[in-house]
Design a protein around this ligand. Structure first.
Ligand code: FCB
Length: 443
């Protein structure tokens, strides 16, 4: 049974999350091409070469989607603005239609009593900037600052919170070292530069937002719990390297003004010149930190070039993504991030949820007991952490809607609300109904 609202402290924020490219329909409304459009158009990168051109057509159906958030009883909506919709070339000419859309969307949230929690970059880099090297080019700090200023001036007075960049690890490592997300590079130098520039751009954006008087600024990092694959000292060291690259690099840059030695061992020769001088920008004071948490990994040492590890499959039950279900990992990060990096700073779980093959019943109901169980177990972990004194202030489920799951196309359904991608009909799943009851206090 899901915990009730009253099981959490007063003022605890319950929200849902989405992102622009995954739901809006990027082929409409004058948005520029993004590197996800070109990545998806290249065979072998994305299942069935699917892209976000239509997605959930949220661009036209947003009032219905905001109604689903209000009717579910959620307090906040974590959404993102698309850089390429606002600035089709990444710089210069603004697409007024795009900016007007976000203006109406924010007003639509406020009219429904929903707190707008904005992310400025959830991965759709305009292609004109990708042509200039994208995250490999230090100038992205200024390009991103200019885009941030446009959004801050138009929306800043009505936002509840802002985070510049969703999941720096995905932007940098997954996309430039592992090659799994756009731009699909597998190059250690590209990865090193992206790792640093993503933090530099984060800091530049925070400077601009503060300068414009925008309140409640944070960062959103994704974290995965690394289990050594065996008891060997080699696997333990491999898990520490994994932990340093994935979980510690970004929070360490922001909150300690330094990078973990295990990462520098591999990346230092490739970092941009003068990187040590950027921590003043990177370490801008924040008002909160968001953690996105889904799963754990098994990490084994392998005899290969740095970082010299492999990720064998683990034994726990898995979601449709093949991700092991391990709520304890969330508890670990809530405690250790607060203890080692953020102290009393408010923490939020800014994403948590699971993909499941949802069963459509004859009367149009959709049962998703496994998702309800997943949410329940992670919410219980949140309660425990709060009881232990962790300053956790809110929890956002990924996602409101089934949507474009990046390289995996439309197959992986994370929504509390089912989307029929033929008709675009929205149908709340059992999990949406159960959360609504829990938030209303009925458990
Ligand atoms: C996160 C992303 C989000 C979604 C979920 C499943 O890494 O932020 O867009 O893809 O994973």
């Amino acid at each position: 049974m899901l915990p009730r609202r009253s099981d959490f402290p007063d003022g605890f924020v319950f929200g849902v999350a989405t992102s622009a490219y995954q739901i809006e329909g990027h082929g409409q409304g004058g948005a520029g091409q993004t590197h996800w459009d070109t990545f998806a158009a290249t065979p072998g990168n994305v299942v069935r070469a699917e892209n976000g051109a239509r997605a959930c057509d949220h661009l036209n159906r947003w009032p219905e989607d905001l109604d689903l958030i209000r009717d579910g009883g959620f307090d906040a909506y974590r959404f993102s603005t698309s850089w390429a919709r606002v600035l089709p070339e990444g710089r210069g000419q603004v697409n007024a239609e795009g900016l007007d859309f976000y203006d109406r969307l924010v007003d639509g949230m406020l009219e429904r009593g929903i707190k707008p929690a904005l992310t400025l970059y959830h991965w759709e880099l305009p292609v004109a900037l990708a042509d200039l090297g994208g995250w490999r080019n230090r100038d992205i700090g200024n390009w991103f600052a200019d885009y941030t200023e446009i959004i801050a001036r138009r929306l800043g007075d009505r936002l509840w919170s802002v985070a510049p960049i969703n999941e720096p690890w995905c932007v940098a490592w997954l996309s430039h070292f592992m090659g799994i997300h756009a731009p699909g590079l597998r190059d250690i130098r590209a990865a090193a530069r992206a790792m640093h520039h993503v933090l530099y751009a984060h800091g530049r954006a925070i400077q601009v937002l503060r300068g414009e008087g925008v309140k409640n600024l944070g960062a959103v990092c994704n974290l995965e719990y690394p289990h050594p694959a065996s008891d060997s000292p080699e696997d333990a060291a491999a898990a520490r390297r994994y932990d340093a690259i994935y979980n510690r690099f970004f929070v360490s840059g922001i909150f300690k003004g330094a990078y973990p030695t295990e990462v520098l061992e591999g990346l230092e020769p490739h970092l941009p010149q003068g990187w040590q001088d950027d921590f003043g920008v990177i370490g801008q004071k924040l008002d909160w930190l968001g953690l996105n948490y889904y799963t754990c990994k098994r990490v084994a040492a392998v005899d290969e070039a740095w970082p010299s590890y492999a990720e064998p499959a683990g034994p726990l039950p898995k979601t449709e993504m093949g991700w092991e279900i391990y709520p304890e990992g969330l508890g670990h990060f809530l405690r250790t991030i607060a203890r080692d990096y953020t102290g009393g700073l408010p923490l939020y779980v800014t994403e948590n949820g699971m993909a499941a093959p949802d069963r459509l019943l004859p009367l149009g109901q959709i049962t998703d007991d496994d998702r309800i169980d997943y949410l329940d177990r992670h919410l219980q972990v949140c309660r425990t952490a709060i009881g232990e004194g962790v300053p956790l202030k809110g929890y956002f489920t990924w996602s409101l809607l089934d949507n474009y799951e990046w390289s995996l196309g439309y197959d992986k359904r994370f929504g509390l609300v089912h989307v029929d991608f033929e008709t675009l009909t929205r149908t709340p799943k059992e999990s949406w109904h159960r959360l609504r009851a829990a938030l209303a206090g009925n458990g």
